[in-house]
Ligand binder design. Structure first.
Ligand code: GLU
Length: 498
C-alpha cells in the first residue's frame, strides 16, 4: 500500500470540543499535505464509547471549516479509503487480530480483571515493574479449550519479542531505541471486541496508505508499541514527526483545556469556537497557530495562507515547547483586521452585530467600518459602538455635558450654536463637519476640546468614543441634531442652568 503521494491524517477522538492543540496539529498536517500536493485525511477515532461526546464531531468539523482546513477524504466528503469512522471498521480490526493469532504473533488472554489486579498488587509488593506476566501466552491447546468452555471473554494480546530492541526515527526527536524487555504484551482487542488505540491506528494508517504522521508529542511514548505492531504485520511504519508541546502564556505549564484567567483578568480561551465567537479572524488564527512551534526565519511574523503552504516544512518545526501568547494573537488579529478591505470587514462586522441582536443595517455598518477599523482588536469590539450607533438615543448623566472650566449655561449655548451651525450644512461628511465645528469653536471663544467634548457626549452619551467627526458622519444629520436638542433639554430640565 506504499504510496508516492503524501498522505497525512488527523485522527481525533470525539471526546470534547476542538481545542488549540488539535487545531495546530490539523494545520501542520494540512500545510504539509498542501506543500507536497498530497492529501489531508480526517479519520474519526470513535471506538471509546465511554468518552464519546455528541457535540465534539460537529464542533470539530465546523472549526476546521472555519479555519479553512478542508479535508480531502473523511466524514461528509468520503474517499477511496473509507470508511473514515473507526466504529464502521470494527470488522477489520478483528480480522487483522485473527491474522496475528494465526501467525503466532498474538494470543487470546483469558485472565480475569481480578487476576490481573492480584498480579499487579504482587508486582507492587515485590517492587517489580508493572506488566502482564504473559501467563496466557503459553497456554496449551487444552487449557485454551477449557477457558473457552467456561465462557470467558478473552482479550487479544500481542506476543511481543522478548529480546532485542525496537527502533525508529522521528524527524524531530531523532533515533529512538527501546529494549523489548521493557514492552508489555499489549492488548490489541478488548474483551468486548473493540480494538485498542494501537491496533486501530496501525491497521488504519496502513490501509489508508498514510505516509507521514504529524501529531502532538504526548503520543511519542506510544510509538514503540505501534512499531512492534507494524513489524508484526510486516508493514512499513509511516514517517514520524512529533510536534512540540504548547505551553501556556507563562511558558511554565502545558496549555490546559481548563478555564483559566490571564493576569489581566481576561479568560484564557482554548476551544476554537471560543475564538470564532470572540471575534478573531480565521486568517489571523491560522497565521498565529502556524507560529506556535514553527518558524520560517525566526523573525517574519505575517504569512498569507499561500506563503505558509509554500514555506512549511517539518524541518523548520521547533524541537522545544512553544508558549501560546494571547497578546501576540491579539496583535495579529488587529493587524489582520486593518488589512481587510472595507466591504469585507463591514460584512464581518455586520454578522457580529446581528448575532448580538443589534438592529444593524449594511449602509450604516459600511460607514462605521473605517471609523473602527484602526481601533478594534477583535470583531466583537465593534459592539461597544453598537449602542449609540444602532440603538435608541443614549441615556447619560447631564453633568457630563459640561466641559471643564465651563458652566451649564456655557455648555447650553455651545450646544445650541452647534445645532444651528450643523443644521445649515450642505454636505454632511467628516471633512465638512470638522471645518464647521473648528470654526465654531473659534467663534465661540472655546477650546476645541471643550466644544468637541460636549458634542461627543451629546451624540454618543460617552466621554470616550471613536473620533468625533467620523462618529457624527456615521450617525447622520437627523440623529445628531435630535441628540443635541435632547442634550439642551436635559441641561435645562436638570436645573443645571439656573
Ligand atoms: N485518536 C488520537 C487522538 O485523539 C489520535 C492520535 C494519533 O494521531 O495517532 O488524538
Amino acid at each position: 500500500m506504499a504510496s508516492d503521494t503524501v498522505r497525512v491524517r488527523m485522527a481525533p477522538s470525539p471526546t470534547g470540543y476542538f481545542h488549540l492543540g488539535s487545531a495546530r496539529t490539523a494545520l501542520y498536517n494540512w500545510l504539509f499535505a498542501r506543500h507536497h500536493g498530497g492529501k489531508f485525511i480526517l479519520r474519526i477515532e470513535d471506538t471509546d464509547r465511554t468518552r464519546y461526546h455528541p457535540e465534539a464531531l460537529p464542533d470539530m468539523l465546523e472549526s476546521l471549516r472555519w479555519l479553512g482546513l478542508c479535508w480531502d477524504e473523511g466524514p461528509e466528503v468520503g474517499g477511496d479509503y473509507g470508511p473514515y469512522y473507526q466504529s464502521d471498521r470494527l470488522h477489520l480490526y478483528t480480522e487483522y487480530a485473527e491474522q496475528l493469532i494465526k501467525e503466532g504473533k498474538a494470543y487470546r488472554c483469558y485472565c480475569t480483571p481480578e487476576r490481573l489486579e492480584r498480579m499487579r498488587a504482587e508486582q507492587r509488593a515485590a517492587g517489580q515493574p508493572p506488566g502482564y506476566d504473559r501467563r496466557c501466552r503459553y497456554l496449551t491447546r487444552e487449557q485454551i479449550a477449557a477457558c473457552e468452555a467456561q465462557g470467558l471473554h478473552p482479550v487479544v494480546r500481542q506476543a511481543v519479542p522478548l529480546e532485542g530492541t525496537t527502533e525508529f526515527d522521528d524527524v524531530l526527536r531523532g533515533h529512538i531505541v527501546v529494549n523489548n524487555s521493557q514492552l508489555d504484551d499489549q492488548v490489541l482487542l478488548k474483551s468486548d471486541g473493540y480494538p485498542t488505540y494501537s491496533l486501530a491506528v496501525v491497521v488504519d494508517d496502513h490501509l489508508m496508505a498514510i505516509t507521514h504522521i504529524l501529531r502532538g508529542d504526548e503520543w511519542l511514548a506510544t510509538v514503540p508499541k505501534l512499531k512492534l505492531l507494524f513489524d508484526a504485520f510486516g508493514w512499513e511504519m509511516p514517517v514520524q514527526a512529533h510536534l512540540p508541546t504548547i505551553l501556556d502564556p507563562s511558558g511554565k505549564g502545558k496549555l490546559s483545556k481548563r478555564k483559566k484567567r490571564l493576569p489581566d483578568g481576561r479568560q484564557m480561551l482554548t476551544y476554537i469556537h471560543e475564538f470564532r465567537q470572540g471575534g478573531y479572524l480565521p486568517e489571523a488564527m491560522v497565521n498565529f497557530l502556524a507560529l506556535v512551534g514553527w518558524s520560517y526565519d525566526g523573525q517574519t511574523e505575517f504569512f498569507t495562507r499561500d506563503a505558509l503552504v509554500r514555506l512549511f516544512t517539518i524541518e523548520r518545526v521547533s524541537k522545544s515547547p512553544s508558549a501560546f501568547s494571547y497578546d501576540k494573537l491579539d496583535y495579529m488579529n488587529a493587524a489582520y483586521i486593518r488589512s481587510l478591505g472595507q466591504n469585507d470587514l463591514a460584512g464581518r462586522l455586520l454578522t457580529v452585530l446581528r448575532q448580538a441582536d443589534v438592529p444593524a443595517d449594511i449602509e450604516t455598518t459600511l460607514r462605521l467600518t473605517p471609523l473602527v477599523q484602526e481601533r478594534i482588536t477583535t470583531l466583537n469590539d465593534v459592539l461597544s459602538t453598537a449602542e449609540f450607533v444602532f440603538g435608541a438615543d443614549p441615556e447619560y448623566d447631564a453633568q457630563l455635558l459640561i466641559p471643564k472650566k465651563m458652566d451649564a449655561a456655557g455648555a447650553l449655548t455651545a450646544l445650541r450654536a452647534s445645532r444651528e451651525a450643523l443644521a445649515e450644512m450642505d454636505a454632511w461628511n467628516e471633512g465638512a463637519l470638522e471645518e464647521r465645528l473648528r470654526a465654531l469653536a473659534t467663534r465661540l471663544g472655546l477650546k476645541t476640546g471643550q466644544l468637541f467634548g460636549t458634542l461627543r457626549v451629546a451624540a454618543t452619551g460617552r466621554t470616550v468614543a471613536p473620533p468625533l467627526f467620523g462618529t457624527l458622519d456615521v450617525l447622520g444629520r437627523d440623529t445628531v441634531l435630535r441628540r443635541i436638542a435632547r442634550a439642551e433639554e436635559m441641561l435645562s430640565t436638570a436645573g443645571l442652568t439656573a
